[in-house]
Design a protein around this ligand. Sequence first.
Ligand SMILES: [Zn+2]
Length: 411
Amino acid sequence: MDSVKVNGRSYRMPARPVVVVCIDGSAPEYFEDGLKRGLLPNLARFRRQGFSALADCVIPSFTNPNNLSIVSGAPPSVHGISGNFFLDPDTGREVMMNEPALLRCESILAALSRQGRRIAIVTAKDKLRRLLGHGVQGGICFSAERAHEATEAENGIADATALVRRKTPDVYSAALSEFVMEAGVRLLETARPDAMYLSLTDYVQHKHAPGTPEADAFYRSLDAYWGRLEQMGALVGLTADHGMNAKTRADGTPDIVYLETVLAEGLAPGGFRVILPITDPYVLHHGALGSFATVYLRDPADGPGVRERLGRVRGIVYAEPRAAACARFELPPDRVGDLVVISGANVVLGKSPQSHDLSLLKEPLRSHGGLAEQRVPFELSAPVSAAYRDRARAGLRNFDIFDYLLNGTAA
Ligand SMILES: [Zn+2]
């Protein structure tokens, strides 16, 4: 078979290795700023010879929903991952969305592996590894965070630190992403997978704005890896799971709307529950503060009043009922609260002042989750057909990238 159908789209079999890099938290400004100052020569070459556009990511502009969309070519209404975290309706408990049992569709990578193609997946953090690798047969799948624990049986490779010739990096470091990129280069040299997905971490972007020395150093390092992958014969696609914005007031302090405080003004205690789907075990990045929240109400009749009240709060740009939000953002209704709330470009949503330890934030808060972080880069190392160029004018999603690489290029 020379193509495979996944979630309603057909994908051609890769004729040469295809590599998608998800640069976590890479707002387009990081690329534009680096290109303007000549820091990213390989990306500049991709722009001359390949294809470049901006794409919209999935809302909520969080890591897990977008990574799953990219590998499945479909929105969360299809794959089921609505956040990093959700309220399980069966148990009433807030749980991490990192269990493969929560997935509702197959990934492009799994489908390619069923056709005998070799797959490699390397993630920065371990939280995504099992979701991304679900259904992949006989491939390699490990995280930089747990590289030293990799085994042939679980990960398709024993001790990934030997492959990369580096120790497992600190989970809060730029080196975690560089480890993923180095692993990608080494895997291309050795296992030479037909399709590879490299998912980085937004540690740098959470702390450092475009144009800062730390961001410059990180992006120069990434650019060198993109060049190496391409020089080794890979077709390279670059995109992001979401952008990133400063979430601070003029004085540099975090600009936070505490939803439980707002809701408590009109509702009885226990009448509502606020879920922040940005929450994950790696809170040092962001203090569990992002620009997207969902609210569960004990009495759905409270909905219109709550919505009206939230709509009047400074910094909130969107407060709509489940049905409207799920239709607009293509979300699974059974994993979203009665209301979806989104804050503006420089504002985050919290639960209550005592729920967030702001002392953990060492730099001014930068975060994501809302509409202001939806724009992401979409770059290919090779040109696409006229039909795909035309299609892009109508708007691209980050989860179109495997379609563009496998079906849109001449390779
Ligand atoms: Zn992310």
